[in-house]
Design a protein around this ligand. Structure first.
Ligand code: GMT
Length: 377
C-alpha cells in the first residue's frame, strides 16, 4: 500500500505513535509518506520505503496567523498525486482531519479519489477539541472521515459524549516496539544516580498542566521521608519553570534531577523502579506503556484510558486524581522489596499485550476494510 501519514513531528504521544506506525508499516513493505512541517523526531535514519514531504509555509506580512492548514492540504494533494497514494492516515483531529477533508475535496476535482482515516489521540478531543472555537470543525471532520479510530475505549466514550458523532469509532490502542523498549543492562547509570542503593522514581511528560507534575513532586517528597529515593523528571514543557521553583523549596530537592528531552528514554527507564503518571486527563498513557515494557511498575491516576493499561494491584496502582495519600500508600507497597520484583514482572507481561506486532495488523485491517468499502463520489 502507498500510505500518506500526517502528524505532529514533535516529541508528543500522537507524533510518536504516528511515526512508529509508519516505521512499522515500512518494515512490512508498505510505502509510507510522512507529511508534516519538520522531520519527525524518531525518523532520523534511512529506510527505502519511507519518504518525507515537508509542508512549507509561504510567509506574507498580511498573515497574522500563518494558514498552516491550507499549506498542509496543498501538500497532501500534491503528494497524493505524485506518490499515487492509496489513502491518508491523519493523527490528531486538529487541524489534520479538516485539512484531509479539504484535500479530499480538491483531489476529487482532479479525478483523484482516496479515503482518509483519522486517529483521535486525546487532547484533540478532551481539551482543545471541546473548545467552542474548534468543536464545529472537529465534529464535521470526524463525521466526514472515512474511518475514525481512537486509542482507548474511554476516548471513544468521551468523543460520543461531547460531540454529535454519527459514525462508529474503532478502538486501536497504543503499541510498543519491544525490541527497543526492553530492560537494558545499564547498571552504571543506576550506580551514578543512586550511589547508595536508593529506589529510583521517574516521570516523563511534556510538562503541561494536565500532567500534574506538581503531584509527582509532592508524592516524591513524601516517599523520600519514608525511604531513600531519587526522582528523575524527563521531558520539557510550559510547567517546567514552576516545577523547578517548587522543587527548590523542598528538602528533597537534592534528590530530584531534571533531564530535559531525551531521545533514548528506554536507557533511563531500564534502571527505574517506579513510574509516576498522576495526569488529570490521559487518553491512553503511552509514556506508562514505555516504562512497563522496561519492567517499571506504574503509580497513576485513574483518569481517561489509563485503567485500560495499568492494572490495579498487578502492574501498579490507580488512585483518584490528586489523591497523594493513596498514591503514597501504593508506592510504598510496590517499593517494598518483598513486592517489587513481582510488580516489575507483571508490568512487562502486560506491556507485551500491546506489542507492535499485535497492534499494527489492526491498522492494516482497518486500511483494507476502508479501501474495500470506500464509496468514490
Ligand atoms: O500526552 C500528551 O499531552 C501528548 C498527546 C499527544 O497527542 O501528542 O498524547 C496523547 O496521545 C498519546 C498517543 O496516542 C496517548 O498515549 C496520550 O495518553 C495522549 N495524552 C493525553 O490524553 C493527555
Amino acid at each position: 500500500m502507498n500510505i500518506g501519514i500526517v502528524c505532529y513531528p514533535t516529541f508528543g504521544g500522537s507524533g510518536v505513535v504516528a511515526t512508529e506506525l509508519g516505521i512499522g508499516l515500512a518494515k512490512k513493505g508498505h510505502k509510507v509518506h510522512f507529511i508534516t512541517y519538520s522531520q519527525p523526531s524518531r525518523l532520523d535514519f534511512f529506510n527505502e520505503n519511507i519518504f518525507y514531504h515537508e509542508v512549507s509555509m509561504p510567509s506574507y506580512p498580511l498573515f497574522q496567523y500563518p494558514p498552516y492548514e491550507l499549506a498542509l492540504s496543498s501538500t497532501m494533494v500534491s503528494t497524493a498525486k505524485y506518490a499515487e497514494l492509496d489513502l491518508f492516515h491523519v493523527h490528531y483531529a486538529i487541524p489534520h482531519a479538516s485539512a484531509a477533508y479539504m484535500a479530499q475535496q480538491i483531489m476529487k476535482d482532479r479525478n483523484i479519489d482516496i479515503p482518509f482515516i483519522t486517529t483521535l489521540h486525546g487532547t484533540d478531543i478532551t481539551l482543545v477539541g471541546k473548545d467552542s472555537g474548534f468543536s464545529p470543525v472537529v465534529t464535521f471532520s470526524i463525521n466526514h472521515s472515512d474511518l475514525v479510530t481512537s486509542v482507548s475505549e474511554d476516548l471513544k466514550r468521551e468523543t460520543f459524549e461531547h460531540f454529535d458523532i454519527r459514525k462508529d469509532i474503532k478502538v486501536i490502542p497504543n503499541f510498543i516496539d519491544l525490541e527497543k523498549f526492553k530492560k537494558q543492562k545499564k547498571d552504571h547509570f543506576k550506580k551514578a544516580i543512586c550511589p547508595n542503593g536508593e529506589k529510583l522514581l521517574i516521570h516523563t511528560s511534556n510538562f503541561r498542566k494536565v500532567k500534574r507534575v506538581d503531584d509527582v513532586v509532592k508524592l516524591f517528597d513524601q516517599i523520600r521521608q519514608k525511604l531513600p529515593a531519587k526522582l528523575l523528571l524527563a521531558g520539557d514543557g510550559p510547567e517546567r519553570p514552576n516545577i523547578e521553583r517548587m522543587c527548590r523549596s523542598l528538602p528533597s530537592c537534592e534528590d530530584i534531577r531534571f533531564l530535559g528531552k531525551m531521545e533514548a528514554i528506554e536507557e533511563i527507564l531500564s534502571v527505574a523502579d517506579l513510574f509516576i503518571l498522576p495526569s488529570e486527563k490521559e487518553s491512553f498513557g503511552l509514556a506508562a506503556l514505555e516504562a512497563m515494557a522496561c519492567e517499571v511498575p506504574v503509580i497513576s491516576s485513574n483518569a481517561g484510558g489509563i485503567p485500560e493499561l495499568n492494572i490495579h494491584g498487578k502492574t501498579g496502582f490507580l488512585s483518584d486524581i490528586g489523591d497523594i495519600n493513596s498514591m503514597l500508600k501504593n508506592s510504598l507497597e510496590i517499593l517494598d522489596d518483598m513486592n517489587l520484583e513481582t510488580f516489575k514482572k507483571n508490568a512487562k507481561e502486560r506491556a507485551t499485550e500491546f506489542d507492535i506486532h499485535k497492534i499494527l495488523p489492526l491498522y492494516e485491517d482497518a486500511y483494507n476494510e476502508t479501501l474495500r468499502t470506500y464509496k468514490k463520489g
